[in-house]
Design a protein around this ligand. Structure first.
Ligand code: NAD
Length: 435
């Protein structure tokens, strides 16, 4: 089927490549012409394992195209996916300016009736509003049908998730559109759930809010474990064996970040408030997440005698999670400036995101792609992202390179016993330092 995808960010690019891979002919449209140029050279504009090869293969097979020209992109497309950003506004609500603009751009170039699929995460009711917006701008015989198809991929494993996800949700009031979308998605071989539009929009927010709740819950348990001498890793294992709870998203640490959980939890609180519903549970989830970073800062300050001035601190990991170069809402964006404000001399390492991080934090820290360089002569190391190379590092490496082997681990990468045996003063989240 001929499909257009508007927006070639993390979601749009992966969606376009995956739809081409299962046999559709896909044209991805983006207003950023530099991005389009890079993509047309076969170079992915984001770091995502497996994406480059799949993208190049489908370009070579003439199933995948990139353009900044809406008329070309929409030419003979039967379905168009909208996958532009919905970032957070200062009040926490979702900013729909990009979605509206893309809808207007789309309406200006429609030459035949289409099914418009909104993949962006949008507040409940937005699909109807976008359908009305487009249909007001186009002649009667070119009216579009709308469908909600929220995206559940995780950055860092986006390609894997697209082909092995738990479900595909299709929300539409139009049975013919539901059938077309079922046909498009069938080759993925995943369970497909058909719902009404509002429920589909809500499924996305409810899922992210629930996952964020699991993370904040285990972080609160971790904070309590520290006070009571229990080990949160053992507690999480014991909880996760109960199939009603499940083992995923019970990893204590410095809290969640990224382009989705923070903005989607804020947007749901806002959405609830707009409808006179005080979502207290979710407000606490957000507050606990904020508190995790403050607690780690306090621990570092207390251990270093309250004064970080002139201390050389190695920050390991900057991306909001491993296997991505995405820095949006990464804990590093809070931790690095806060440590710098306290006078620390910072050298920060990330295997992939150092360049992006430098653009955002270049005023307050020095950046490197080499972990050894970060650790050399450091007074203290702070781990913010559990990249595999950081996890695999031998405890002796800290001992050998650092001036003082003091390690604060915001991701529980190592066994406290092994670190202690290697002579490292080691602090993690929710685990006692037993002798
Ligand atoms: P992104 O910021 O990475 O990409 C958005 C892209 O849209 C950019 O390339 C931008 O140039 C392009 N764009 C903006 N306006 C346009 C227009 N009028 N016409 C054509 N292109 C335009 O965003 P993302 O991370 O891919 O997120 C997209 C949506 O998917 C958001 O609603 C997000 O909440 C949701 N989502 C994201 C993820 C994730 O992991 N990133 C996962 C699930 C859902």
């Amino acid at each position: 089927m001929k499909i257009a995808v508007i927006g070639t960010g993390y979601v749009g690019l992966v969606t376009g490549v995956a739809l081409a891979e299962i046999g559709h002919t896909v044209t991805c449209i983006d207003i950023d012409s530099d991005k389009v140029k890079t993509l047309n050279h076969g170079i992915p504009t984001i770091y995502e394992p497996g994406l480059g090869e799949m993208m190049q293969r489908n370009m070579q097979n003439a199933r995948l195209f990139f353009t900044a020209d809406y008329a070309r992109g929409l030419d003979r497309a039967r379905v168009v996916y909208l996958a532009v950003g919905t970032p957070e506004r200062p009040d926490g609500s979702a900013n729909l300016d990009y979605v509206r603009q893309a809808a207007r751009d789309l309406a200006a170039h429609i030459s035949h009736p289409l099914i418009v699929v909104i993949k962006s995460t949008v507040p409940v009711g937005t699909n109807y509003k976008i359908q009305r917006l487009i249909n007001r701008l186009v002649p009667e015989d070119m009216r579009v049908t709308i469908a909600s198809n929220p995206e559940f991929l995780r950055e860092g494993s986006a390609i894997h998730d697209t082909f092995h996800g738990d479900r595909i949700v299709i929300g539409t009031d139009n049975p013919a559109a539901a059938e077309v979308l079922e046909e498009i998605n069938r080759p993925f071989g995943l369970p497909i759930l058909h719902t009404d539009i509002c429920s589909s929009e809500m499924i996305k927010y409810a899922s992210n809010a629930f996952l964020a709740t699991k993370i904040s819950f285990i972080n609160e348990i971790a904070n309590l474990c520290e006070k009571l001498g229990a080990d949160v890793e053992e507690v999480a294992q014991g909880m996760g064996l109960d199939h009603r709870i499940g083992p995923d998203f019970l990893k204590a640490g410095i809290g969640y970040g990224g382009s989705c959980f923070p903005k989607d939890t804020h947007a749901l609180v806002q959405l609830a408030g707009n409808h006179h519903h005080d979502f207290n549970l979710l407000k606490s989830v957000i507050e606990v997440n904020r508190q995790q970073q403050r607690l780690l800062l306090e621990k570092i300050e207390n251990r270093l005698g309250g004064d970080l001035a002139g201390k050389r601190l190695a920050v390991l990991g900057l991306a909001f999670k491993p296997n991505t170069d995405d820095m949006r809402e990464s804990p590093a964006l809070v931790m690095v400036p806060e440590l710098a404000k306290r006078g620390a001399d910072l050298i920060a390492y990330d295997p992939i995101a150092s360049g992006r991080a430098e653009q955002l934090l270049g005023q307050v820290a020095v950046f490197t792609n080499h972990v050894d360089e970060a650790l050399r002569e450091a007074d203290c190391a702070v781990i913010l992202t559990d990249w595999p190379d950081i996890r695999k590092m031998e405890p002796e490496t800290y001992k050998r390179l650092m001036k003082h082997a003091i390690v604060f681990d915001g991701r529980n990468c190592y066994s406290p016993n092994e670190m202690r045996r290697a002579g490292i003063d080691y602090y993690s989240i929710g685990r006692p330092n037993r002798a």
